[in-house]
Ligand binder design. Structure first.
Ligand code: PLP
Length: 366
């Protein structure tokens, strides 16, 4: 055959050198007894959520809502905002991608405290935007003064992850309000609150977006069903923002953002917000046990308000991750920076503390 030509036209140069998405359990999911690498909820969805999703499957011949309207309306009621202030997508990370594509041209700057969520550089890179990384302070917290200094005329978007992934650290409400107010109006401020349910009481979590959005037109708040709502595998996230921002996202988003069974599951989850409070309470107690146990063993543990702990072990990160792996525990390694461990159930916490104690013993012997 002479008409065979296996050459592939090259993709855009913007893709060159992008890190690509990693995975907490390094592609070996089945092997781990303790899956603490991806900040997922330890237990599966409630029977009511599963039933709602199953029931929706029978309507699978029909297209779902064009823009996920039913879910957007329920979320608008929950947060006390207009339904035109909500956009939904298959994960909040999809919305962040839409935001960056809608606001950034190649060469524009995105300011972000760093270390933070590893998706941010990928999304910035795909848009050809330049990520301006602002170092965290000595306690691994975002540094408001340094962030403001880093925002110049070329900055289009600032991303604030609060609580921050992977450090778990958070700015208090008044610090965050002051920072948002200090950022210039030409900058779209994206507040990624994937872990907000773990940081504050339920009432505060529900009303804080409306309170902030009435004061700041340049604010977008990202929330997700993946963490405290326990639906990471179903892929549902949303953003709350001025209707003009939501319209811009609709312009760049393909229609039918969510499958009907996912919408049904998310609506059923919203009917039982007490499940989230229970998860947050369980998380606080496991996180407390794990943090004090690790501190007692001499690990450098950052002050976490999320469902994970950050151990700033620097050059030991890879070896410590391998040690946990050998104990059947998946954690997330950030080479030469630290290790992030998700909180789980009693057995998970016990396993982490036992493996950490064994690590200390090995260290002391050598
Ligand atoms: C997990 C996480 C999300 C959620 O992403 P989804 O796409 O909604 O699953 C968003 N931001 C941060 C910082 C996260 O850690």
């Amino acid at each position: 055959m002479t008409d065979v030509d296996t050459r592939v036209p090259p993709a855009s140069g913007r893709l060159d050198g992008l890190p690509g998405y990693g995975r907490g359990r390094a592609g070996q999911g089945q092997a781990f007894r303790h899956r603490l690498g991806s900040n997922e909820a330890p237990e599966g969805p409630s029977p009511a959520v599963v039933e709602a999703a199953m029931a929706a499957l029978s309507g699978g011949n029909r297209y779902p809502d064009l823009r996920g309207e039913a879910l957007a309306e329920a979320l608008a009621r929950r947060h006390g905002v207009g339904a035109d202030m909500v956009a939904v997508a298959a994960g909040s990370i999809v919305l962040l991608d839409q935001i960056v594509r809608a606001w950034c041209d190649p060469g524009d700057e995105i300011v972000v405290p760093w270390r933070s969520y590893e998706a941010y550089p990928i999304i910035a890179g795909l848009a050809g935007a330049r990520l301006v990384e602002v170092p965290l302070d000595n306690e691994h917290r975002a540094d408001p003064a340094a962030i403001c200094n880093a925002v110049g005329a070329g900055c289009r978007v600032a991303i604030l992850c609060n609580p921050n992934n992977p450090t778990g650290t958070a700015l208090d409400a008044d610090e965050l309000d002051a920072l948002i107010a200090a950022l210039p109006a030409h900058v779209l401020v994206v507040l990624d609150e994937a872990y907000a349910d773990y940081a504050d009481d339920a009432g505060t979590v529900a009303v804080s977006p409306a309170r902030r959005l009435t004061r700041h037109g340049n604010l977008v708040i990202l929330r997700t069903f993946s963490k405290a709502w326990g639906l990471a595998g179903l892929r549902a996230g949303y953003c709350l923002a001025d209707p003009r921002i939501v319209n811009a996202l609709h312009a760049v988003a393909p229609p039918f953002p969510l499958p009907a069974p996912v919408v049904a599951a998310a609506l059923a989850a919203l009917e039982a917000p007490e499940a989230v409070e229970a998860r947050a309470q369980n998380n606080a107690s496991q996180r407390g046990r794990m943090a004090s146990g690790l501190c007692a063993l001499g690990f450098p543990v950052a002050q976490s308000r999320a469902n994970f702990l950050w151990l700033a072990v620097g050059g030991q990160a890879a070896a410590l991750t391998a040690h946990f792996r050998d104990a059947g525990i998946a954690v997330r390694c950030f080479a030469d920076e630290g290790v992030r461990i998700t909180t789980g159930n009693d057995a998970d916490t016990a396993a982490v503390l036992a493996a950490a104690a064994a690590w200390r013993e090995i260290q002391e012997r050598t």
